[in-house]
Ligand binder design. Structure first.
Ligand SMILES: [Mg+2]
Length: 354
């Protein structure tokens, strides 16, 4: 087996406000495996400043991987423990290599195009007018679950936006999720959760900063609004640490981002552990290109979780990889009549992976 990697910079169509500031580009890495005339592709979707593997030796680890492909795949996965996005790229590339179609990792009714995945419509941070504009757009597109990033503008303006939306649509019509990305201080968090809970929200992600298990456990105990852990799961590598964290905090939900937690295998483990403490979960993409999003979506479908998932689409980027993933009516689907097209930079014959 031969392997190589490729750095790729995705350009946002419009600068996107996140908890890590306004982004105009998103770096990502592809792992390309070749064996017996077949090709496998995986995406290592590092999120600079948020991923635990945002470290100076990231590329060195990819180089190591490409030079150690003779090793046992499980052993490689373990060696990559501190590099969850490379673990995930490795899992994808192997599945892709071993599949008849390099983009078909988990064949299902989803990949046949006969079934789709419910997803939430994401409202990016910005000024109230921009956020309102996005809300209208998502409603027009038929989303019935909307997730709004909060904590960027002032709390009262955010509450006003949510209240206007809630006045128009009850929780039976539109499910509302919010994500604070750790923006609340420990002192004010509970009070803010109480205000938010009057808006009939489904849940709030990460009300306070990660890494404060005592404070988070207290919040999860007294909150009037279900709490979902997100950043809290980053960098928690062993099964025992994962179990301890959930046992201690007892969250209502956890959010699994395969690129940040270590791929399919890590998600499977977190899901089992969540079951032990009666925590719900959903899967979320993390600004991957369509290669990574495709892998996440196909995996997610096999889990048959009826809740809307956080599978943001590739429509954010001007130079995304052309893929059969489409969003309509709040659902992500695989359009079998569309084709994959890889950019020249992949150096795969005829632009095809075979
Ligand atoms: Mg989040």
């Amino acid at each position: 087996m031969e392997g190589r990697y490729l750095r790729y910079v995705l350009n946002f169509k419009r600068p996107s406000g996140t908890s890590r500031g306004v982004l105009t580009t998103k770096e990502t890495w592809f792992l390309i495996l070749e064996e017996g005339g077949k090709t496998g592709i995986g995406e290592c979707g590092i999120l600079r400043t948020l991923s635990v593997d945002d470290r100076p030796d990231y590329e060195e680890k990819l180089y190591w991987l490409c030079n150690n492909l003779h090793r046992d795949p499980e052993e490689i996965y373990r060696e990559l423990t501190e590099f969850p996005s490379i673990q995930f790229g490795w899992e994808q590339a192997l599945l892709s290599l071993r599949s008849n179609d390099p983009f078909l990792l988990f064949p299902s009714d989803f990949t046949k195009g006969t079934s789709s995945i419910a997803i939430n419509g994401l409202i990016w941070m910005g000024n109230p007018d921009f956020m309102q504009e996005q809300i209208e757009e998502k409603l027009n597109q038929g989303f019935d679950c909307i997730k709004m990033k909060i904590g960027a503008i002032d709390f009262d303006s955010e509450i006003a936006l949510l209240r206007t939306l809630r006045k128009r649509y009850s929780r039976d019509v539109i499910q509302l999720r919010v994500d604070a990305n750790g923006a609340f201080s420990n002192q004010e968090a509970l009070q803010k959760l109480e205000v938010l809970s009057s808006l009939d929200l489904h849940s709030i992600e990460q009300p306070i900063k990660a890494g404060q298990p005592e404070a988070m456990a207290d919040l999860c105990r007294y909150t009037p609004l279900p709490i979902a852990l997100d950043e809290e799961l980053i960098g928690v590598f062993s099964a025992s640490e994962r179990g301890e964290l959930l046992n201690h905090i007892r969250p209502q939900y956890i959010i699994l981002k395969p690129s940040l937690v270590g791929g399919f295998k890590a998600c499977d483990e977190w899901i089992d552990l969540a079951g032990e403490v009666n925590a719900g979960w959903w899967i979320t993409s993390a600004l991957e290109s369509n290669i990574g999003l495709n892998a996440i979506a196909q995996y997610t479908y096999t889990l048959h979780n009826p809740m809307p998932q956080g599978l943001g689409t590739g429509s954010l980027f001007t130079n995304n990889i052309q893929a059969p993933l489409e969003v309509g009516n709040g659902m992500l689907k695989y359009n079998v009549s569309s084709k994959w097209e890889l950019p020249e930079a992949f150096h795969i014959k005829g632009g095809k992976a075979h």
